[in-house]
Design a protein around this ligand. Structure first.
Ligand SMILES: Cc1cc2nc3c(=O)[nH]c(=O)nc-3n(C[C@H](O)[C@H](O)[C@H](O)COP(=O)(O)OP(=O)(O)OC[C@H]3O[C@@H](n4cnc5c(N)ncnc54)[C@H](O)[C@@H]3O)c2cc1C
Length: 330
């Protein structure tokens, strides 16, 4: 039985882990990957105290800080959550189960699927939901992009500069996003734009080979080496329906100290109904959720509440197998 399980290892989850660790809570972070959306941010310029950083560097520093205070991080996908006795039990897609006294939900937003036959089977086999991450692998190849909005237009811009050929498919007359960039991309000789198209199927034997679409009343099969899907982000909270209160967009409702509708379950960052989706806000909500979880557990254990975390602790850091212990500062 852990004190706290945190679902998601993005900025919110790692910040919560850092704060839980400092309160000497036994904390386990379960995340599908390390970093979440921040990995897609090539430059972050609005994180206070850090004039310019890549999302990756920011995440690595928070991870190191969280581990320094004893947080344990493992990679898996949480697919279920239920109450069990005084605490909660989470189940993962690899079939494992873990228990804790409190839960912090910090699993952010996830790229939207196409929801067509063949997609799930070929995920990770030539289908990417992150052009900025995987685009460079398709230098000189034929790429197919199904993309809308700012991400869609920026992805088209990037792929058109890297790939031999880009087919850019979107469901409406225009993809949205920056119109001047859209015009610049579609004027490039290696780009074929296919507007007002409906994707029917993703095809391929062992990896992605083609997409079947319907456009202008006709069916067409577009072949390529890689498929990029940039249809925006959604909160995938279906497994929480009936567990905690969600809003109409599926976001987890929280109060100002990150409590959900269920005592003992807290939430932080982009997965919540907080309207501002920003790195610093995810970090601060992670901190708030952790302090609230600490106070919840303290109450369960008959201990006093805590208002501020200003103490100076020693920090344990693991680097390349070497264990270093830094004495408290101040
Ligand atoms: C391209 C881009 C640029 C950005 N630029 C900026 C910027 O300049 N400044 C700024 O302030 N913000 C920026 N943002 C927004 C910022 O990155 C996010 O607000 C912030 O990272 C959200 O953090 P989070 O931890 O709440 O969620 P996420 O980053 O979404 O992390 C959630 C994590 O949980 C994982 N997860 C999902 N479901 C599960 C599950 N069921 N079980 C386990 N794990 C799960 C995800 O894989 C992910 O790793 C940008 C975002 C993007 C996409």
């Amino acid at each position: 039985m852990k004190d706290v399980i945190i679902v998601g290892a993005g900025i919110a989850g790692l910040s919560a882990a850092l704060y839980c660790g400092r309160q000497e809570l036994d904390v386990l972070v379960i995340g599908k990957n390390l970093g979440g959306q921040a990995l897609l941010a090539t430059e972050i310029q609005n994180y206070p105290g850090v004039p310019s950083t890549s999302g990756f560097d920011l995440v690595k520093r928070i991870e190191e800080q969280a581990k320094g205070f004893g947080a344990e991080i493992m990679f898996d996908e949480v697919i279920s959550l239920r109450r069990e006795g005084d605490g909660f039990r989470v189940g993962t897609s690899s079939g494992k189960e873990f228990s804790s006294l409190a839960i912090i939900l910090a699993f952010g937003k996830t790229p939207k699927d196409l929801g067509v036959p063949g997609e799930n089977r070929l995920k990770g086999k030539g289908i990417s939901y992150c052009t900025i991450c995987d685009g460079p692998l398709f230098k000189g190849r034929t790429t197919v992009l199904i993309g809308v909005g700012e991400h869609g237009v920026e992805s088209a811009d990037m792929l058109s500069k890297i790939a031999k050929k880009l087919y850019w498919i979107f469901p409406a007359k225009s993809p949205g996003g920056d119109p001047s960039l859209f015009n610049a991309v579609r004027s490039r000789s290696n780009v074929e734009v296919i507007p007002s198209a409906r994707v029917l199927e993703v095809r391929g034997e062992k990896r992605f080979e083609s997409v079947l679409i319907e456009a202008g009343g006709e069916r067409r099969e577009i072949r390529g080496d890689g498929l990029f899907v940039e249809m925006g982000y959604v909160t995938k909270t279906e497994f929480l329906r009936g567990v905690v209160d969600l809003n109409e967009r599926g976001e987890i409702k929280v109060d100002r100290i990150c409590r959900t509708s269920v005592e003992g379950i807290f939430a932080a960052g982009d997965v919540t109904d907080m309207p501002y989706k920003q790195a610093i806000i995810a970090a601060s909500m992670g901190a708030i959720a952790a302090l609230s979880a600490y106070n919840y557990i303290a109450k369960l254990k008959g201990k006093g509440e805590m208002r501020a975390d200003w103490k100076h602790l020693g920090v344990k850091r693991e680097r390349e197998g070497e264990s270093l212990f830094f004495a408290p500062v101040g």
